[in-house]
Design a protein around this ligand. Structure first.
Ligand SMILES: [Zn+2]
Length: 346
């Protein structure tokens, strides 16, 4: 039996699409079934929903009010990708509450995984972030809230590791000028995938310049490319930044064949991410679910969760990229290293 706090609430099933949509309640059932299969037996629903004022840590009050007004007036479409339903407010407030609770548990040294929906990493301070055309299924930014809560608890340096296939433009925007939050975001090339943001030159601004790292991966990138990017970029930067806590913005849509992206990560990569904080001697870790729709949830998520709970790396087979993809990825990584040498010894 594996032990780790898994924060889940039945309210997450009440955010329901008005038309067929990949971000649907069934995702939770796939995730819970996979966690049971990985020997996690206990779910924790004993946490309060976030209060409206809790959301002001990362969102403009007018944005939060606007969302709640739209829901209560029965509006079901926020933008071309993102829907609302009668249960959305409850689901989104409990998702934010789970993220806050995960941060508090992490702050006291207990790893926690908030298995939530709707996801959050595309939601910026006022909704759409960094010029994206939609909010990509996201309502409130759960991962940003977790990072903000850890800072509020007195931590000085928090690293957000976002390994969802899509760029976490909302989280990036929220902390863009904040040097206390290092973000390392692994995502598919913005030229080939929504939201079309997160280029290597987006390094943060003002005091936050250099603390935002966009690791762009070519379509077709497999476990070998992820491993190289972690070794060449994430490891030296994390060694130097010395985070006091890590928030995993944990999306599983980079899993090979998950459906919405073109990456080919396998269980090997997700297990690697689940132990990345320990590899750097960081005791505090919170994970917040982002995307992942089919096999990413059934196979990638349990590999990550088992690793986060402290189970050693499973003997997962490493998925290799095609030679041309590996070559392109090496070029991307070399270019990013060159660009980041202004800020880090890499
Ligand atoms: Zn995604």
């Amino acid at each position: 039996m594996l032990k780790m706090r898994l924060l889940y609430h039945p309210a997450f099933l009440e955010h329901t699409p008005p038309f067929p949509h990949p971000e649907r309640p069934r995702r939770m059932l796939i995730a819970l079934e996979a966690l049971r299969g990985a020997c996690f037996s206990v779910l924790d629903s004993e946490f309060p929903p976030a209060r409206v004022e809790d959301l002001h840590r990362v969102h403009l009050p007018a944005y939060v009010e606007g969302i709640l007004d739209k829901i209560s007036s029965g509006i079901s479409v926020l933008d071309a990708d993102t829907y609302l339903s009668r249960g959305t407010a409850k689901a989104a407030l409990y998702a934010a509450g789970a993220a806050l609770k995960a941060a508090e548990l992490a702050g006291s040294g207990e790893p926690a995984f908030a298995v939530v929906r709707p996801p959050g990493h595309h939601a910026g301070r006022g909704g759409r972030a960094m010029g994206a055309r939609t909010q990509g299924f996201c309502i409130f930014n759960n991962s940003a809230l977790a990072a903000a809560r850890l800072l509020e608890l007195g931590l000085k340096r928090v690293a957000v590791i976002d390994f969802d296939a899509h760029h976490g433009n909302g989280t990036m925007e929220i902390f863009y000028s904040d040097p206390r939050v290092l973000i390392i975001d692994f995502h598919e090339d913005p030229v080939t995938l929504y939201p079309g943001t997160g280029f290597p030159s987006d390094v943060g601004e003002g005091e936050g310049e250099g603390y935002k790292v966009n690791v762009v991966l070519p379509p077709g990138s497999g476990d070998d490319v992820y491993e190289l990017a972690i070794e060449e970029l994430a490891n030296p930067i994390l060694d130097s930044f010395k985070p006091e806590a890590v928030v995993f913005s944990a999306g599983f849509d980079a899993y090979a064949g998950d459906g919405l992206a073109h990456l080919r990560a396998g269980a090997y990569t997700f297990a690697n991410f689940g132990s990345l904080h320990r590899f750097h001697g960081v005791r505090r870790a919170a994970a917040i679910l982002e995307g992942g729709y089919e096999e990413g949830l059934s196979k990638g998520l349990p590999a990550f969760a088992s690793s986060l709970a402290g189970q050693g790396l499973t003997a997962a087979e490493k998925l290799h990229s095609a030679e041309a993809v590996r070559k392109l990825a090496r070029e991307y990584i070399a270019e990013l290293k060159l660009l980041l040498r202004r800020y880090w010894s890499i």
